[in-house]
Design a protein around this ligand. Structure first.
Ligand code: BES
Ligand code: MN
Ligand code: ZN
Length: 504
């Protein structure tokens, strides 16, 4: 989809669909929205009647579709609600833009004109609008055939309209960033949505390498032998039960210039269990259906690195590390009761082979910390307990370094993603006490997301560290704003924003 900026009125645009985002007070009797007024006039006053008849109040998530019957160039006018003006966040416009793209798709309008909200920071709104339009148009339909295949229809052009956008370099930059993020989040979604039989550790490594090549990044893929040399005993144990060989993937952004390239890096670590059957502690059927998505953390790292290499290009290195393998039951699987020796030397008694993510991450986190990063963020679909705690819209955020946790939360706020800090309750660390080894890999159900975070913390030493448990928001079970069913690409935006927060 090509998106451009325009300072003209969207009502005059030669498009199939024109859309206005409206606040609740744009619709009251007193307040009149200038574009809404001229659109209503062009449509002979019938738009206002429809607003009344359909009780469109500009509430968040509301929409009104109005066929224009040839009175203006666009065949449809669409109104989308932004909610209360005082409570406005750009996320509301991002969601509204996503809804507009979905309506355009449904109505087969290949060209869209979308107005920016009035009286908000137009530059940030451009970015949110571009992301929302791009992601709202996202579909994963490559496995559909016949009638189910809507691939033939694409939204080809969109324009974002606001008077202030005439010769506006900052807005153009925001558009470039928004489009790059749209593409990166779409890539992350594709990787998550692909079946596990296709998106194997080997295929994921290739996807990372292909991305890296296009984005000017170095990508190194280590195979089992190297992982053995690195003494990643926990990672290897998880991988043992599968026919698919494990891959340790390193993605490096290295800035040009001697001082920049030797500055302290920022490190990301992504969980990539390409299928989590639970291993010998086998999951019940219902819990296993979605487990192709257990590599969403890695998908977020790949997406974020793409934007970092293509547009952010900070003056310090950024490294992405991904531990990729399958967790399968077989005669060669690791067992409950086994004791594993980690790269750090700490020993772990296995009490549940379904607590596999923390094992892979523990070894890869320790490895990442050897690069002496200014901070390391791990992103993982780690626990069902985090979904119980926070639901499907919120990322569980853990960490003990206040400064670094603060940076990540700030980044999330700027990106529009919903992160919520969780406590590392000291008592819950005792859940992992073992009689035979240094610790167990799983505790009780209670506070399961927290004991999992405690486990990871054992492998980062003094490095500032944040753990993002994305088990809930990594997938969506419904179409909603710019979200489609399946992978969401969550955390890409926060990671990109975290890098931007360090300045150029
Ligand atoms: N990949 C799962 C967590 C998960 C569950 C992600 C649902 C997305 C949706 C993880 O490996 C797992 O199985 N965790 C266990 C841990 C337990 C055995 C201590 C869980 O949450 O039940
Ligand atoms: Mn598991
Ligand atoms: Zn898992």
């Amino acid at each position: 989809m090509e998106i451009k900026l325009a300072a003209t009125s969207p009502i005059e645009a030669k498009v199939g669909l024109v859309a206005l985002p409206l606040f609740e007070d744009d619709l009251g009797k007193r307040a009149r929205h200038p574009l809404l007024a001229s659109l209503d006039e062009a449509l002979g006053g019938h738009l206002n009647s429809a607003i009344q008849a359909e009780c469109f109040e500009g509430k968040e998530g509301q929409k009104l579709v109005f066929p224009t019957h040839g009175k203006i160039a666009a065949a449809y006018a669409v109104l989308v609600g932004l909610g209360k003006r005082d409570a406005y966040k750009h996320e509301a416009f991002r969601m509204a833009a996503g809804t507009v793209a979905k309506e355009a798709r449904r109505l087969r309008s290949a060209k869209i004109a979308l107005a920016l909200p009035e009286e908000v920071d137009a530059v940030e709104a451009v970015r949110a609008g571009a992301e929302g339009l791009f992601l709202g148009a996202y579909r994963f339909d490559k496995w559909k055939t016949g009638e189910g295949k809507q691939k033939d229809f694409r939204i080809t052009h969109a324009s974002l309209h606001h008077e202030s956008l005439r010769r506006h370099a900052a807005a153009q930059q925001a558009l470039t960033l928004g489009l790059a993020i749209g593409e990166a989040v779409s890539l992350a979604r594709d990787l998550v949505n692909e079946p596990a039989a296709v998106m194997t550790p080997t295929a994921l490594a290739k996807a990372a390498a292909d991305m890296g090549k296009a984005a000017g990044l170095q990508v190194v893929v280590h195979d089992r032998r190297k992982i053995e040399q690195l003494k990643m005993g926990m990672f290897l144990a998880v991988a043992k039960g599968s026919q698919e060989p494990p891959k340790l993937i390193e993605i490096r952004y290295v800035p040009k210039g001697a001082s920049a390239s030797t500055a302290a890096p920022l490190a990301f670590v992504g969980k990539a269990i390409t299928f989590d059957s639970g291993g010998l502690s086998l999951k019940p059927a219902d819990a296993m259906v979605d487990m192709k998505t257990d590599m969403a953390g890695a998908a977020a790292v790949i997406g974020a690195m793409k934007v970092i290499g293509e547009v952010i290009k900070p003056d310090f290195p950024v490294y992405g590390f991904i531990g990729a393998c399958e967790n399968m039951p077989s005669g060669s699987s690791y067992r409950p009761g086994d004791v594993l020796v980690s790269r750090l030397g700490k020993t772990v008694e296995i009490t549940n082979t379904d607590a596999e993510g923390r094992l892979v991450l523990g070894d890869v986190l320790a490895y990442a910390c050897e690069t002496k990063p200014r901070g390391v963020v791990d992103i993982a679909t780690l626990t069902g307990a985090c979904i119980v705690a926070l639901g499907h819209y919120t990322v569980g955020t853990f960490g003990a370094d206040e400064e670094f946790v603060g940076r990540v939360l700030e980044a999330a706020k700027a990106s529009g993603e919903d992160l919520w800090r969780m406590p590392l309750v000291p008592e819950l660390k005792k859940e992992l006490d073992s009689d035979v080894a240094d610790m167990k890999n799983s505790g009780t159900r209670w506070g399961g997301a927290i004991s999992a975070a405690h486990f990871l913390k054992e492998f980062v030493g003094e490095t500032p560290w944040v753990h993002l448990d994305i088990a809930g928001p990594s997938t969506s079970d419904k179409e909603r704003g710019y979200f489609s069913k399946g992978g969401t690409g969550v955390a890409v935006r926060t990671l990109v924003e975290l890098v931007r927060g360090y300045g150029k």
